[in-house]
Write a protein of this length. Structure first.
Length: 332
């Protein structure tokens, strides 16, 4: 047993060294460990993260969202290629909806990002959501840290679309980019206020050809909508740009705005304080996850759960009383 434990430690030491040297195979293996639900893999993942933690935190973490059809993947492909051409190393964590049968990713991001897929300075990793809230992969944060340790200095987290997942992603990145379609008129009415409240920048995509005039009109409407919302930071008011991921228009301006944002947030101290709060929120989230797992595995609770759930469903037992009963069985 001791020999096996020593071998496991040696393997993690070797994996950490190769990952810190930027070896893509080691990064892929590390992400596989953090995504695994097997207890042994989870222990190895925690050990790996602990070893590389000192080499994390140096990347610009950017969340990207937008409704299906807005051109997220095309924009990320072009934007990321611009960045690698300028000397950056770009990792894309694309949070995919999972197959309900296998739990695996089904979108095939590498085929949707043709330029970055063959770029030596880019890394694309679809993360299956595995049924987590709004399609957000539970282990995206750990994957992000491993990418940073491997030397990637820009991390793009692409979400599946506008919904609850956006709030979760916004809580793990430095900057949250929302892509919108031209022709805001009727669509503006259906945009959730919450998405506008968490956006650090709105980019109206597909501003090319016949769509250019509609994109500019949409941008004006989004600016008006943002004017009635209180900005999240006194140091930053979210701008609205028109871009074309397909034609590579406006993306240099977009990167310029991200640079201004970073400078202001770092100068004010908001950059580090936000990251510190995110780390604490992450810790509590993981603790809650572990407590739920332990609670459901408790023999007394497993025995009582069918009757308690049945009583709650039928309306014979209030949810508050049911929760108290189960908590008491768990000793809390």
């Amino acid at each position: 047993m001791n020999a096996r434990l020593a071998s496991s430690r040696d393997n993690i030491d070797d994996l950490a060294e190769r990952l810190l040297n930027g070896q893509r195979a080691a990064l892929a293996r590390g992400i596989t460990l953090v995504e695994s639900k097997k207890p042994a893999h989870r222990e190895q993942a925690e050990a790996l993260l602990t070893k590389v933690m000192g080499s994390t935190g140096n990347a610009f973490r950017i969340g990207v969202t937008g409704v299906p059809g807005v051109g997220k993947s095309t924009t990320i492909d072009t934007f990321g290629s611009n960045l690698t051409a300028a000397g950056h190393k770009v990792a894309v964590l694309a949070v995919d909806p999972s197959s309900t049968r296998t739990g695996g990713s089904i979108l095939g991001d590498k085929t949707r990002m043709a330029q970055l897929a063959v770029d030596r300075n880019a890394y694309i990793r679809p993360s299956p959501s595995a049924g987590t809230l709004g399609g957000v992969a539970a282990k995206t944060r750990e994957s992000m840290l491993l990418c940073e340790a491997a030397g990637f200095d820009v991390i793009l987290v692409e979400t599946v679309g506008i919904g609850q997942s956006e709030t979760t992603v916004a809580q793990m990145v430095d900057f949250f980019l929302v892509l919108m379609l031209p022709g805001a008129g009727d669509e503006l009415q259906g945009i959730k206020k919450g998405v506008l409240e968490i956006a650090d920048l709105i980019a109206v995509n597909k501003a090319e050809g016949d769509g250019l005039i509609r994109a500019r009109s949409a941008a004006s409407e989004y600016r008006a909508a943002l004017n009635i919302l209180a900005p999240r930071s006194k140091h930053w008011s979210p701008p609205v740009l028109t871009i074309s991921g397909l034609a590579n228009e406006g993306l240099d301006d977009l990167w310029g705005q991200l640079g201004i944002f970073k400078e202001r947030m770092q100068a004010s101290g908001d950059w580090e304080s936000k990251r510190a709060e995110q780390q604490l929120a992450w810790m509590w989230g993981l603790l809650n996850e572990k407590l739920q797992t332990a609670l459901k595995a408790n023999p007394e609770i497993k025995a009582a759960l069918p009757d308690v759930e049945s009583a709650v469903k039928s309306g014979h037992l209030p949810a508050t009383a049911a929760a108290s009963k189960l908590a008491s069985l768990f000793g809390i």
